[in-house]
Design a protein around this ligand. Structure first.
Ligand code: CTP
Length: 440
């Protein structure tokens, strides 16, 4: 059972939202519905209220008799603002149908309706199902807006092709069928770990900042100095923290893979941009997971245009150091924050080198992997790591911990996690963070 907030915008496909409510409630979920004013021209509030068992709202200013509670909950004693209470209770927010106008407003963060302000306030996964005329759907403006939403971790359920509402019109733009929408909701809920109520999730209320990928430092207008980090470890951490109920901000440096649903993903390119974005997000985070591979040096004077080879025998690049992001952040940490670094090291002295970084950067933990191996680490789905903590007692593990199944053992020098999918390694890292938090 999950609590699904359904946003309905104006379009003929709004009638399909009724069927979705019927199917979802029959499947054991509970729903609240918010509508745009235009959608009321297509389907009335009484129909949604009858099927969902709760009032359907259209405005922030109308009184909600249920005070933001879902049908399985008693209304709270106070009268909270609808947009905040509805999304605080929801496990998932689905907007179906999403008109071109609503998609544009979501992409630009407009909050001129209850549906829009709910989208801004939501920390649960957001799913958007477009429905409109085929020419509108294919318009570059609509596609660009959908790209913006995708980049932020919003799941888009593409419309189907076939006969459209206008007689004689065929093409892409039909709202996905209610059964398909429900299946996507259940898939996202399963990935988000929200099979039950939000309160059951252990990291609810925590704010987690994750960096992922590898920075690129321009040499000229088309070339850069980069590294081979794919961002997989950072994405796995972001997904795992989200699944535990945390609010997750992901700073993605040149990551081609899609961000996990429900995560606030912000893109950066260079080490300087990553530092700026980190400095902005760090003060409000409780946990920092610094998985990005950050350039230590950058070209001192990148050329504004493309450097040509004509007339050159050789080319020397002068490099200058970048600022160390972790050092800058740990210098201004506040009580209770947990900082985890990552160290890609070569060979035998890996642990020694990583422990030195742990101390020098004033971290709570550092995750070390041996990059001399081709089957783990960079651009692989697997990793094999040792987690070193400043407080070595954080390695103590309860007996029969689920980690044993993943092939882990305690090493006196740290917690060793033998080769495992990055999703499992991410869980182990989060378990360590949990133990560190319990001790801080
Ligand atoms: N890091 C950072 N800013 C940098 C470089 C690294 O915040 N300019 C972070 C990385 O994200 C990672 C940790 O520091 O979490 C360790 O990165 P690593 O490159 O292994 O450490 P360096 O201090 O750069 O040492 P080395 O000389 O071995 O590259």
């Amino acid at each position: 059972m999950a609590r699904i907030l359904l946003g309905v915008s104006g379009g003929i496909a709004a009638y399909k939202a009724l069927e979705l409510v019927r199917l979802a409630t029959a499947g054991g979920h509970v729903l609240r519905v918010v509508q745009t004013p235009a959608s009321r021209r297509f389907v009335g509030a009484a129909s949604f209220a009858a099927l969902s068992g709760a009032p359907a709202l259209v405005s922030e200013f109308e009184r909600d008799p249920a005070r933001g509670a879902f049908p399985d909950q008693p209304p709270p004693a106070h009268e909270p603002p609808s947009h905040l209470e509805l999304v605080a209770q929801a496990d998932l927010y689905l907007i179906a149908p999403a008109s071109a106008n609503t998609i544009a407003k979501l992409a630009h963060g407009l909050a001129d309706s209850l549906l829009g302000s709910c989208a801004l306030a939501a920390t649960c996964p957001l799913i958007v199902a477009p429905a409109m005329n085929n020419h509108m759907y294919e318009h570059p403006a609509v596609q660009a807006n959908l790209d913006v939403l995708r980049a932020r971790g919003v799941r888009i359920v593409p419309p189907g092709s076939g006969r459209l509402a206008t007689p004689g019109e065929h093409g892409v733009g039909r709202l996905a069928e209610p059964a398909e929408l429900l299946a996507v909701c259940e898939e996202v809920l399963a990935a988000d770990g929200a099979g039950g109520s939000r309160a059951g999730r252990s990291w609810a209320g925590l704010s987690v900042l994750v960096t992922a990928g590898g920075t690129r430092e321009p040499i000229d207008s088309v070339r850069f100095l980069g590294n081979s980090s794919s961002g997989r470890m950072g994405l796995a951490l972001a997904a795992a923290a989200r699944a535990r109920g945390a609010r997750v901000t992901l700073l993605a440096a040149n990551v081609a893979l899609p961000p996990p649903p429900g995560v606030d993903c912000r893109r950066v390119v260079t080490a300087a941009q990553l530092k700026e974005a980190c400095e902005q997000a760090f003060p409000s985070c409780d946990v920092l997971l610094m998985a990005a591979a950050v350039a230590d040096f950058r070209p001192a004077a990148p050329a504004a245009a493309k450097i040509t080879k004509s007339g050159r025998e050789s080319l020397a690049l002068a490099l200058e150091p970048t600022a160390d992001v972790l050092v800058a952040l740990s210098a201004r940490r506040r009580d209770g924050q947990i900082l985890v670094g990552f160290a890609a090291e070569h060979g035998e002295r890996a642990l020694e080198a990583a422990r030195a970084k742990l101390l020098a950067k004033h971290l709570d933990a550092i995750v070390v992997n041996d990059i001399s191996r081709a089957d783990i680490g960079f651009d692989s789905d697997h990793n094999e790591v040792t987690i070193l903590t400043a407080d070595a007692s954080a390695h103590e593990r309860p007996p029969a911990d689920r980690g044993e199944a993943a092939g882990t053992r305690d090493a006196s020098a740290g917690l060793f996690i033998s080769r495992a999918p990055k999703t499992q390694v991410a869980e182990q890292i989060l378990d360590t963070v949990e133990r560190l938090r319990a001790r801080s």
